[in-house]
Design a binder for this molecule. Structure first.
Ligand code: PNS
Length: 186
């Protein structure tokens, strides 16, 4: 037996409120520190959603250069007025946090081929854990293809110029951090 639904009922069933239409994207990462590549992904990601939640991971297994609070401060300085960017931190499973904030999508940037394996493993595992949360990748812009937080820290510690790779707010903190670490004999 087939059930027919008239068009008025169908419209009512598929009607969604303005609130439910909000598209929330979650951009997670270490951001140790924020690079121009991250900034570019955030700016472009905003065109895909209503709100972009940039979330710094608390990872007890990593020894970061910047504390979570320092990394958050850099993000606040770079995005002081952007109403649609929410800055947060999280710990534990990413998909649990994505569900908690009702994110529709996880946003990640992709650079060279080397990123692909790690990112595809994470995306597929996350999909298995939370099939309703899609992972969306944005290809890094050519100018940031080779830029990573790891390389930026290494170059800065060795006295190289990283001003083209990080926003000025991150550069100031990196310069101060390098001085502080080298004062301690790092
Ligand atoms: O900037 P990064 O270090 O590449 O970001 C990695 C991040 C934070 C996205 C990843 O480590 C993560 O999702 N951590 C949370 C723990 C988790 O959910 N692990 C399982 C991933 S399949």
């Amino acid at each position: 037996m087939t059930h027919r639904i008239d068009s008025a009922t169908l419209r009512e069933l598929t009607r969604v409120s303005a609130d439910e239409m909000q598209r929330i994207a979650l951009y997670p990462g270490s951001f140790d520190p924020l690079t121009n590549g991250h900034v570019n992904i955030i700016e472009r990601g905003l065109s895909l959603c209503d709100e972009l939640v940039v979330a710094i991971v608390h990872n007890p297994n990593k020894a970061p250069m910047f504390s979570v609070e320092e990394r958050m401060q850099i993000l606040r300085e770079v995005f002081p007025d952007e109403q649609r960017v929410r800055l947060t931190t999280f710990s534990g499973l990413l998909v649990n946090y994505a569900r908690e904030i009702q994110a529709n999508a996880i946003l990640r940037g992709l650079r060279a081929v080397a990123d692909f394996e790690y990112e595809s493993q994470m995306a597929n595992m996350n999909r298995r854990l939370a099939p309703e949360v899609e992972t969306v990748f944005l290809m890094a812009e050519p100018g940031s293809f080779f830029v990573s937080s790891r390389l930026v820290k290494e170059v800065a510690l060795l006295g190289g110029d990283i001003s083209g790779s990080v926003p000025p707010q991150a550069l100031a903190r990196l310069t101060a951090k390098v001085k502080q670490l080298q004062g301690k004999g790092a």
